[in-house]
Write a protein that binds this ligand. Sequence first.
Ligand SMILES: *[C@@H]1O[C@H](CO)[C@@H](O)[C@H](O)[C@H]1NC(C)=O
Ligand SMILES: *[C@@H]1O[C@H](CO)[C@@H](O)[C@H](O)[C@H]1NC(C)=O
Ligand SMILES: *[C@@H]1O[C@H](CO)[C@@H](O)[C@H](O)[C@H]1NC(C)=O
Ligand SMILES: *[C@@H]1O[C@H](CO)[C@@H](O)[C@H](O)[C@H]1NC(C)=O
Ligand SMILES: *[C@@H]1O[C@H](CO)[C@@H](O)[C@H](O)[C@H]1NC(C)=O
Ligand SMILES: *[C@@H]1O[C@H](CO)[C@@H](O)[C@H](O)[C@H]1NC(C)=O
Length: 490
Amino acid sequence: MKVALPLLFATAATAWNFDNERNREPIKLSMWHQQKAVSPLGTQFKVSTPLANPLGGSLRFVENSGVCETTPGVFQASGYADLNANQSMWFWFFEARNNASTAPLSIWLNGGPGSSSMIGLFQEHGPCRITNDSRSVTLNPNSWNEASHMLYIDQPVGVGYSHGTLAVTGSLAAAKAVYQLLQIFFADPTFSKYTTDSFALWTESYGGHYGPAFAHYFEQQNAIVDAGQGNGLVKINLKTLGIGNGLTDPLSQYPEYVNFALNNGYVQTTTTAAITRANTSLWSSNGCITQINNCAATLASSTCSSAQSFCNNNVLSPLAGSRNVYDVRTTSSAYPPDITTFLRNTTMMKLIGAESTWTETNNNVYSNFQSTGDWMKSSSPDLAAVVDSGVRTHIFAGDADYICNCFGVEAMLKSLPSKLQSSFNAQAFSNFTVNGVHAGLFKNAGTLSYLRVAAAGHEVPAYGTTGLQVGQAALVMFKQVMQGLSISSA
Ligand SMILES: *[C@@H]1O[C@H](CO)[C@@H](O)[C@H](O)[C@H]1NC(C)=O
Ligand SMILES: *[C@@H]1O[C@H](CO)[C@@H](O)[C@H](O)[C@H]1NC(C)=O
Ligand SMILES: *[C@@H]1O[C@H](CO)[C@@H](O)[C@H](O)[C@H]1NC(C)=O
Ligand SMILES: *[C@@H]1O[C@H](CO)[C@@H](O)[C@H](O)[C@H]1NC(C)=O
Ligand SMILES: *[C@@H]1O[C@H](CO)[C@@H](O)[C@H](O)[C@H]1NC(C)=O
Ligand SMILES: *[C@@H]1O[C@H](CO)[C@@H](O)[C@H](O)[C@H]1NC(C)=O
């Protein structure tokens, strides 16, 4: 949920009720598609034909723009999956820097809801990182494409460089649209060779909802394909789910705002009086916890949406005090550096094929999710189902993040209704040491692992510490998980 603060507490929700299925009829390569072969800025796209994709849509992209990934010989492509005439979803693909023929494929999603995955690309773990003056980028030695092909997606439609009719108001609908993007992507001759690679979904923040919902939906679709009823759908070879600083289960996570405000190990975030007041709002009759329980009991949009407003206005927001909600160690929001100027540079946009004005967060997308109360609906059942299906699942949290803090994430895991729950809870924390430097605490239980990353804020790979480069510990973690290993010191 990388959002400007006031947005978190927006209450003016429009009660839209889009029929997301309406846009799902197969679209043949037609006039609208030909018209999109050249971007408004004059980029000439390579255009695929929508062969063998039962959900319709098509792909257009530019290859090897020279932007960001400058390692010789590493393929990249950026452009749009057109879901239909009115909805274009932005993607940016980087081939793995090493062993490309055998590397797995990972998709990356930032949160919000409504925030662009260019945040992850340029501030966290992409092949290049934004410089502190926000003017340029430098090659990132700790990029996650050291170990995997990376596919960054701006979703849902309306977010970042994606554009078109806003139709998504919750995590399940978002999953369906990204599933369509993947079907279009794998149907394209340029990318079909990645279909059989191990597939990983990595996400953060509101990704505590997206990750479980998307992975569970992909598995349900895979079951349809396995039953021979896919009509040409490609199976998603899902092996790994990774979630950083996620909001998954409000019932277990909201009480931890109080504990984290008091005992985070860095600084008490606000006055004791303010903490007492927020704690009263949390536990009083008709308070935040009661409202979250009412949401869970009814799943009614209005109930869940009201719970979101109440809990964020009376618990989450006041407990942050004047601290940066993404890093309690500071009150400044200067880091990670803003990427807006860079992503609005029209010379750069023409090179990569971008065709709409980039914003970090689309407030209308956020409001649409708020209108259904999706935020307050627990994704723990989906997460448990994914864990129990055998998908390697790695949960992590920077220990300085307030907004989806490690205490809350750990409380969520403790109550996760998975088969691994008791063995996970029986584990003690071990120290995570990287090159002799203390870099966190971890627990493993079978295919489930957790890492509390030391000295990191909300965007974990954006941080380093004395003796460790920015993103170095995060890359060690990513590599271990992508190799199918439990977390261990390295
Ligand atoms: C796209 O938008 C046009 C104009 O608003 C509309 O007529 C058409 O039905 C829309 N198509 C889809 C697939 O939503
Ligand atoms: C490439 O793959 C080989 C064989 O699996 C492995 O030994 C090597 O470490 C890999 N190289 C890199 C840089 O990951
Ligand atoms: C960028 O800013 C961060 C946070 O203020 C600082 O830790 C880091 O050293 C700076 N990087 C460079 C290259 O100046
Ligand atoms: C918050 O309220 C609960 C329930 O009344 C109480 O048990 C707890 O001690 C309070 N915590 C703080 C920090 O005030
Ligand atoms: C815009 O991007 C181009 C191409 O990368 C670069 O040469 C130019 O300096 C950038 N302009 C600004 C104002 O940053
Ligand atoms: C972890 O490291 C700390 C020092 O950073 C040390 O005090 C503690 O004993 C270690 N814990 C374990 C389980 O090794």
